[in-house]
Design a protein around this ligand. Structure first.
Ligand SMILES: [Zn+2]
Length: 249
């Protein structure tokens, strides 16, 4: 089959035998794909400094009909995001974005909007456009939207009210939405208390365009609650731990 070309972000790199590497990429045209880079460990020249986590590449590869593991022929570096490698917090944030895409997407299921969101978020981290945690929250909320897992934050799932005086709200990953303390007297397992401020912030993010992130104020408390919610939601829906959350300070 003929050589194909695509823009790609490196999501994961693993050594394979003595001389090869297995690279998982999120590509513009083909979604997530796993490729073998023959000789990448031995021949430094061909792939030097290219197969690094979250680098933006133009890849040339040979699609395979018979095995799911395709061969990476060539990789040209478009943007290595050097700043993200010099700062621990940014490195963890960028790693988290890539790990989320790694676990939330299926192979060969392309989504141009998600690809461009990932590149936009990495560029944002790299240029200190919006703050690492704000970028993570924004990216995650938008990613859930794109993939069809938008949490319902419009009101309590049972009584549909939001913001009734003296009423507390919890987010239920199981029901993918809010429940209030009037409808559910006892908190169900795995649900998380959410303040009205955090609910409103997340709703604004859901409806906001990418370019306007800087206009949004994230209080420390709302940032903490939003991150706890997204982490819990990941664990519930992916049924696995997203490891990078654990390194986020
Ligand atoms: Zn209710």
């Amino acid at each position: 089959m003929s050589l194909q070309q695509s823009l790609a972000i490196v999501l994961q790199v693993k050594d394979h035998g003595d001389s090869d590497k297995i690279v998982t990429l999120y590509t513009l045209e083909h979604g997530k794909i796993v490729l073998i880079a023959k000789g990448a460990k031995r021949s430094k020249k061909r792939f030097v400094n290219k197969l690094e986590l979250f680098s933006l590449l133009v890849i040339h590869f040979v699609p395979s009909r018979h095995s799911s593991l395709m061969r990476l022929d060539q990789a040209d570096l478009q943007d290595p995001f050097p700043r993200l490698r010099e700062n621990y917090e940014l490195y963890i944030a960028a790693s988290l974005l890539c790990e989320l895409v790694l676990h939330w997407t299926r192979e060969h299921d392309s989504d141009e909007v998600l690809f461009r969101l990932l590149v936009w978020a990495l560029e944002g981290l790299s240029t200190a456009r919006g703050g690492a945690k704000r970028t993570i929250i924004f990216f995650h909320v938008k990613m859930l939207d794109i993939l069809g897992y938008r949490p319902d934050l419009t009101g309590c799932l049972d009584c549909r009210v939001l913001g009734a005086p003296g009423v507390l709200y919890r987010f239920s990953p199981l029901r993918n939405g809010l429940v209030c303390s009037r409808c559910e007297l006892q908190a169900t397992a795995n649900s998380q208390p959410l303040s009205i401020q955090t609910i409103q912030l997340l709703r604004r993010v859901q409806d906001m365009e990418q370019g306007k992130l800087e206009r949004l104020h994230f209080s420390l408390a709302a940032t903490r609650e939003a991150i706890a919610l997204l982490k819990r939601y990941d664990n519930h829906l992916l049924q696995r731990e997203v490891q990078s959350w654990g390194f986020l300070g």
